[in-house]
Design a protein around this ligand. Sequence first.
Ligand SMILES: [Zn+2]
Length: 247
Amino acid sequence: MSGTVFIFGLVIGSFLNVVGLRVPARQSIIVPRSQCSVCSRPLSLLELIPVISYICLKGTCRTCHTPISPLYPLIELSTALLFAAAFSIFNDLLSLITAWITIALLMIIIVSDIAYMVIPNKVLIAFAGVYIAIWFFLPGPLKADALAGAALSTFVLVPVAICFAGGIGGGDIKLFLLLGFIFGWESFLLLFTLSVWLAGAAGSIGLAAGKIKRGQPFPFGPFIAAASLLTLFYGDFLIHTYLALFQ
Ligand SMILES: [Zn+2]
């Protein structure tokens, strides 16, 4: 069964790449079929097979030999692994579906933010609609937690947006607000802290290694996504370990 879920994840991952690349460019996510972004040759059926096609083509377009970003097979592979991991961890259907939808959202954010430094509003609005629909099916305590998370994320993010205007993108702020609603208040605090730590650590390493210059903007979305995934899979463990320090 995990194998089937893995393959399902690969196919979904391939679609998430398309969404992440086309929505910010205002293109349809259904037509045309995927094509090489340089020579515009439509991809053959074999070239549409996730990950394997990338390996067979050795990471370049067959016609114009332009290198294909390794980000795309990585997104496909990560989606597949995370879908399978969620399948083995989340026992009830609602938690599993919510986890899969959250993984899908985060993968799209990674692609869009790395490719264009944009977190598309359309994606956030579409997923917000889905989560609001899911919210109606949640048990009472989780319903309240989602609202508390949304309230807390607003309370934390509005001052951040005002104090660091320009330092943090509008898309990042809207994503955090949505994540507050999805994860609930405790997990939101964890993922917010982890996002800032991960981006801070990567920024410091980038500066020290001379890869980025001081003040140069870099996409925050992938760090928010990584922090959210850590929280999705290890949140309870991390929160309990942290709280145990004070007992
Ligand atoms: Zn090409």
